[in-house]
Write a protein that binds this ligand. Structure first.
Ligand code: CAA
Length: 407
């Protein structure tokens, strides 16, 4: 049958040429033994340690430093980096699995972790010199130092090339002036990756990427943001007034800042996709449990078809979002260009997280609308995944422009 279909296509003038077969280059989402073990370990840790304090962290807007300490003690802070820099030498798929498990229990903890690994340590590894990897990356891998990524500004979010935070070239140092907004790990981090402008007329070609250390002169913080969700994560403005940054802290070359930001965000977006999958799966788990406890019309609500349909739709979409996230991680691990795959995963997973958490609140009914149950927190936490590291509109733009370029 397959043979005759192929003959028919040939007869119509189509031909098929491949250099690799599916057998040589299989797409498999089956977890390896190591990945399964790490998934189990992080799930157990997150359920036991992070989930029980997630509501308190959210209500008090408290940065859970003890969660960071546990991630560091578990050798997770440098998970995808080579052992020679103090990392665990694992792959990006394992990283996505870890982020999902954290987000299921506590979205705040997952973003604290992903802003450190994907957005700050990764560009130091990719664009850093050996000296920078040893000086900056190594203590980040151990968790002794935490990272933060600073691209957005009060007046520029999606249009990254319009950054106006200035880095004046003074020979062997930059003089930094301006501010950066919405900085995850805000006042808690130790190393800040700043994308700054050297020449406004050059737009994206004038940007540089520089690592700035907490405590540098003229480096201060604005107010902590009062957010809708992920309320335990520290988000604030960072401000520079004549802050001297040695040239030795520049990642890449002069003018590489935009490339550093975009390559970093490609990986970061897979982290946010994994976070969205985790939030959605966490909400589903609570909704399922509640549907087996709550009774209406003389039966468990999980025995009512209306509720069953909601649970079925949620889990179908969550599984699809997870597969897109794994697909993007596998492309990253293969060393392929994965810009489009990352945008697919983030776009779809974020929208799934939103739809699933709204359904979760609906299943809980009135109890979904109050803080006695976690349903409303999951819904508030989900919303940011459609906004940060590139809004859903930016993901559509990235996907479309790559499609049009034939990428
Ligand atoms: N990888 C490598 N290079 C890339 C790239 C990528 N993914 N995307 C673009 N580039 C290169 C292009 O090839 C081009 O190079 P040349 O100059 O050599 O031709 C250059 O960058 C400019 O590309 P574009 O013309 O496409 O750039 P643009 O100005 O139109 O912007 C954009 C494109 C996709 C809109 C980009 O600005 C963007 O992604 N914006 C969203 C920014 C974002 O996600 N912000 C979130 C902030 S981080 C955050 O949320 C923090 C947190 O703490 C969680």
């Amino acid at each position: 049958m397959a043979g005759s279909a192929f003959q028919a296509r040939k007869a119509h003038g189509y031909s098929m040429q491949t250099t690799t077969t599916l057998k040589e280059n299989p797409i498999t989402f089956e977890l390896t033994e190591d990945q399964s073990l790490i998934e189990e370990m992080v799930r157990e840790m997150a359920e036991k340690e992070f989930a029980p304090r997630a509501a308190e962290v959210d209500q008090k807007h408290r940065f859970p430093r003890e969660n960071w300490d546990l991630l560091a003690a578990s050798d997770l802070c440098g998970l995808p980096f080579p052992e020679e820099y103090g990392g665990a030498g694992l792959d990006h798929m394992t990283y996505a699995i870890v982020v999902e498990e954290l987000a299921k229990a506590c979205a705040t903890t997952s973003v604290m972790y992903s802003a450190h690994v994907s957005l700050t340590a990764t560009p130091v590894y990719i664009f850093g010199t050996e000296e920078q990897r040893n000086r900056i990356l190594r203590p980040m891998c151990s968790g002794e130092k935490m990272g933060a990524f600073c691209l957005s500004e009060p007046g520029t979010g999606s249009d990254s090339a319009a950054a106006t935070c200035m880095a004046d070239d003074k020979g062997d140092y930059f003089l930094l002036n301006g501010s950066k907004n919405w900085i995850t790990n805000g006042i808690e981090a130790d190393w800040y990756l700043i994308i700054a402008q050297t020449d406004l007329a050059k737009r994206h070609k004038g940007l540089v990427a520089i690592m700035v250390e907490k405590g540098s002169e003229g480096f201060t913080f604005g107010k902590l943001e009062d957010k809708l969700g992920i309320r335990g994560s520290s988000t604030c403005q960072v401000i520079f007034e004549d802050t001297k940054v040695p040239k030795a802290n520049m990642l890449g070359e002069m003018g590489d800042g935009f490339k550093v930001a975009m390559v970093t965000l490609d990986g970061g977006r897979i982290g946010i996709a994994a976070q969205a999958v985790g939030i959605a799966q966490g909400a589903w788990n609570h909704a399922y449990k509640y549907s087996r406890e709550r009774q209406a019309f003389g039966k468990y609500i999980g025995d009512l078809q209306a509720i069953q349909h909601m649970l079925a739709d949620m889990q179908t979409e969550i599984d699809a979002a997870r597969l897109l996230t794994y697909h993007a991680s596998l492309a990253q691990d293969r060393g392929d260009k994965f810009t489009t795959e990352a945008a697919h995963a983030k776009l779809f997973a974020a929208e799934v997280a939103m739809r699933s958490t709204v359904k979760c609140v609906q299943i809980f009914g009135g109890y979904g609308y109050v803080t006695d149950y976690p349903a409303e927190r999951y819904m508030r936490d989900a919303k940011i995944t459609e906004i940060y590291e590139g809004t859903s509109e930016i993901q559509r733009l990235v996907i479309a422009s790559n499609l049009l370029k034939g990428n």
